[in-house]
Design a protein around this ligand. Structure first.
Ligand code: CA
Length: 646
């Protein structure tokens, strides 16, 4: 029989609503269930090891309703590795469980796990005040980059691992002076750490020494299992789970939330566990039989298909519940349909504290995709179709401030293309003014940023545009000045601010943009710079403090736009605006006056009436006030000036 996956008949007969797929562990017995409507027969195979050795035992599975195959095995199977041998049209292929919660080294065998056994001490009490984060600020970090640097102060065996996050009170070279790693992040003023892929990915060989291997990890293997390369032991399926939880617990104890970068849009290879289990169901295929490749990674998963949508929803909720994850960043969200994204939002909302779990994603895709007709892709132009608590990365703001991410010499407003001044008020208003070709429902739908792991670091981009011969490792005042200006603009704009780890100390990757598999030495955070560029770090801290104490900047509701009024200026030279505060609890000022002065010369400007405190003069940012001013102010060259009124 031919299966027409998108037909009503297929849906009626085979869509499975149960939430018990995978191995459901019990001390007396474990039940295995696989959804595989096209299979002729399936055997469960158990193994004593995650990679080595022959099958211990085979158990034929029974076909039940809705295409689900099941077997119940008596006894305590905790720690037993397993696979399924799936017979489709006489061809037998062996695969791990797509719903597997644990796995062996390199993930080709799943493992039965008693998750309670993986909880670190105190896990039941683990807590992060999601609701209390009134001024969210997101820090984008790769686990290995965080602590690979030998100067990081982290013990050697934890460098590049989950456990690096459990070390507190670390300092540069252990000298007790400049704090590093988690202690550093704790005092920076961010609310959430966004981790680059941490689910099990395939591009690092966990069975080989990991020191010389590096990858960002956008190549999913097992969605519901942590990556093994960051664990101290990848072979024992328990270790990565326990250490991941220890990491989360430690970040929570430091007062920050944890966001996962999730990559449901494609799998590492087309011949994945999904494809072996139900061939061609989970992927998009063009009518001529060629595979859709909107991800530019060889395949696109089909979020609009019932069982993949279900998989995504359950997977996200699983991470939120089991691992206490506080937010999700969706890679190439434009490849997913808005219905799936909104369903995920609804499912998260049902969890305790779930309404305050963040959701955001990239509202674009690599190429066209074969999404089923009638589905709406979660692209930027469709932002209004997304739930108002799903946000998108705003590439318009990113590129308007400092130039295209694709062309190294292309300039933005601050570094040579003053004509983009016309777009800057829209950047400030998180594009809720309707001047883009899309209409966010509110500032809460926008991630405001100028740097991320993709493309050049802000420091490198500014070097390329300012200097004929970039000197990435030199401290250059003109680069610093524009770094401060870019950050000042992001932090005084609506939307949720986001920045790549180390942007605040002039992180360089020596001019390399696409460093996804470049050596660790180029990618890792250079903790010496946290000291060398300590003045820049202080400047970022000041900006983050202002946001915390002036809630009009962090309000997600659309009405807040009415409190922003722009002065009549030549936008190429100066953008100036007044913000009437909402006088929220904890606010330090009633009003702010912000000026982006984009000229190489100083200039005098009239101030709105009253007595003002200068909080930021483009060189330093001191929320307690640098000096009082009245009537006029001298604008520093290439600066963001911020004034507050009590
Ligand atoms: Ca892996």
């Amino acid at each position: 029989m031919k299966f027409l996956f998108d037909s009503k008949e297929f849906g009626a007969q085979y869509h499975y609503e149960g939430k018990d797929l995978g191995a459901v562990y019990g001390k007396e017995q474990t039940t295995f269930k696989v959804w595989a409507p096209t299979a002729k027969a399936i055997e469960l195979c158990t193994y004593p090891d995650g990679a080595q050795g022959a099958c211990l035992q085979k158990y034929p599975m029974e076909k039940q309703e809705h295409g689900v195959w099941s077997v119940c095995v008596e006894g305590d199977l905790e720690g037993t590795y397993y696979t399924y041998r799936i017979n489709i049209d006489g061809k037998i292929r062996e695969t791990q469980d797509i719903y597997g919660k644990a796995c062996g080294v390199n993930g080709s065998r799943s493992m039965v796990v008693d998750l309670k056994k993986t909880d670190p001490a105190g896990w039941q009490e683990d807590f992060f005040d999601r609701k209390g984060q009134t001024a969210p600020a997101i820090y984008e970090l790769h686990i290995k980059d965080f602590s690979s640097d030998p100067c990081s102060g982290i013990t050697k065996e934890h460098r590049g691992k989950y456990l690096a996050f459990t070390e507190t009170d670390t300092t540069l070279n252990g000298q007790g002076k400049t704090v590093t790693c988690l202690s550093y992040l704790k005092q920076l003023g961010i609310s959430h750490i966004h981790l680059l892929p941490t689910f099990d990915f395939a591009s690092v060989d966990e069975s080989k020494p990991l020191d010389d291997q590096f990858n960002w990890g956008y190549d999913p293997e097992n969605y519901n299992v942590p990556e093994g390369g960051y664990a101290t032991d990848a072979a024992d399926g328990h270790v990565r789970i326990r250490e991941f939880k220890q990491m989360v617990q430690s970040i929570h104890n430091a007062g920050m939330g944890v966001i996962m970068d999730v990559v449901y849009n494609h799998t590492y290879k087309a011949d994945s566990a999904f494809q072996k289990t139900v061939p061609d169901y989970y992927y998009r295929i063009w009518e001529d039989g060629t595979w859709s490749d909107g991800s530019c990674c060889g395949n696109d998963t089909a979020s609009e298909r019932y069982m993949f949508r279900k998989f995504m929803i359950e997977s996200v909720c699983y991470w939120a519940e089991e691992y206490h994850i506080d937010g999700f960043r969706f890679d190439l969200m434009g490849l997913h349909d808005v219905e799936t994204m909104n369903e995920i939002r609804k499912a998260l909302d049902m969890l305790p504290g779930g309404r305050d779990i963040l959701m955001y994603g990239e509202p674009w895709r690599g190429k066209e995709t074969a999404m089923r007709k009638g589905s709406i892709p979660a692209l930027k132009k469709n932002v209004a179709e997304l739930d108002q608590r799903i946000a998108i990365f705003n590439d318009d703001t990113r590129d308007a401030i400092k130039g295209s991410v694709f062309l190294e010499k292309d300039a933005g407003y601050i570094n040579g293309n003053e004509e983009l001044g016309i777009q800057i008020p829209s950047c400030v208003l998180a594009w809720c003014d309707g001047k883009g070709e899309y209409m966010p429902k509110n500032p809460g739908q926008i991630i405001t940023y100028v740097s991320a792991h993709d493309n050049f670091t802000l420091w490198d981009k500014l070097n390329f545009t300012l200097l004929d011969e970039p000197e990435f490792y030199q401290r250059k005042e003109e680069v610093l000045q524009l770094n401060r200006m870019a950050a000042g603009m992001v932090m005084t704009s609506l939307g949720t601010p986001f920045f790549q780890a180390g942007e605040e100390f002039g992180r360089t990757k020596n001019g390399i943009g696409d460093s996804y598999a470049t050596e660790s030495a180029i990618n890792q955070l250079d903790w010496k710079r946290a000291e060398e560029y300590g003045d820049l770090v202080e400047y970022y801290k000041g900006l983050l403090t202002i946001r915390k104490h002036f809630r009009a900047l962090t309000t997600k509701e659309r009405e807040i736009l009415e409190r922003f009024s722009f002065m009549d200026t030549n936008l190429q030279e100066t953008v100036a605006f007044h913000i009437q505060g909402i006088e929220a609890e904890g606010d330090w000022w009633k009003e702010l006056f912000v000026i982006y002065h984009n000229m190489e010369q100083k200039k005098e400007m009239e101030l709105p009436e009253g007595s003002w405190e200068l909080l930021c003069d483009g060189k330093s940012c001191v929320p307690g006030g640098l000096e009082p001013c009245r009537n006029t102010i001298i604008l520093n060259e290439k600066s963001v000036m911020i004034l507050g009124k009590k």
